[in-house]
Design a protein around this ligand. Structure first.
Ligand code: GLN
Length: 197
């Protein structure tokens, strides 16, 4: 049976993730309410703006239910803003009260808009651990990872910094595989979710 994978749809590029997950064999649907979160086996947190997404998680009363499901081991994949939210610590998180709030799913410190000081957005072919051949990676005001805990595997780097990481059944990328038509990262996540069953 296909795993039921939700895409958090408060803000950001949900449509491309739904298409990529379906192409990778998942039964994909949007998640905006706690009842929808309850009905999925795993969750994708898309790119967008992490401060806005944190605000909307509170408004939609999803912050605590989501933290609870992640703490209980629900697999999750975050891209860009989603990577930021899955961290345990966020640097340059924004102004207090309107800042990006960590969901504590991956033991890592992430710097928001890290590449932004050098180049706003860029594309690069990068090596990605376990994937056959280089991956075309699109970075849009992307974060990078500054620290990983002992249980975190670094899967890819750019400019010397980790930009793809895995901890158990949690996956995060600083870039946007959903926009390239290459489904290998979503396939990896779907396989991680199925392994759990
Ligand atoms: N800079 C954005 C943030 O802080 C992330 C950009 C993106 O998701 N493409 O959330």
């Amino acid at each position: 049976m296909s795993p039921r994978i939700g895409v958090l749809a408060l803000q950001g590029d949900t449509r491309e993730h739904l298409a990529a997950l379906r192409a990778a064999g998942a039964d994909a649907s949007t998640v905006r309410r706690a009842a929808e979160l309850d009905s999925v086996d795993a969750l994708v947190i898309p790119g967008g703006e992490s401060t806005t997404m944190s605000h909307l998680l509170r408004v939609f009363e999803l912050l605590e239910p989501l933290r609870t499901r992640l703490a209980d081991g629900m697999p999750a994949y975050g891209s860009c803003a989603g990577m930021i939210l899955l961290a345990t610590e966020i640097l340059d998180a924004g102004v207090p009260g309107r800042d990006a709030t960590p969901l504590n799913a991956i033991d890592m410190t992430v710097r928001r808009n890290a590449f932004g000081r050098q180049v706003d957005s860029f594309e690069d072919d990068i090596d990605f651990e376990g994937l056959d051949g280089p991956l075309h990676a699109v970075f849009i005001r992307a974060p990078w990872v500054e620290r990983v805990g002992a249980g975190v595997e670094v899967l890819a780097r750019a400019a010397g910094h980790p930009v793809a990481v895995r901890q158990g059944r949690m996956l995060a990328t600083a870039f946007h595989p959903e926009v390239t038509g290459d489904r290998r990262v979503h396939q990896l996540f779907v396989e991680m979710v199925i392994d759990r069953a």
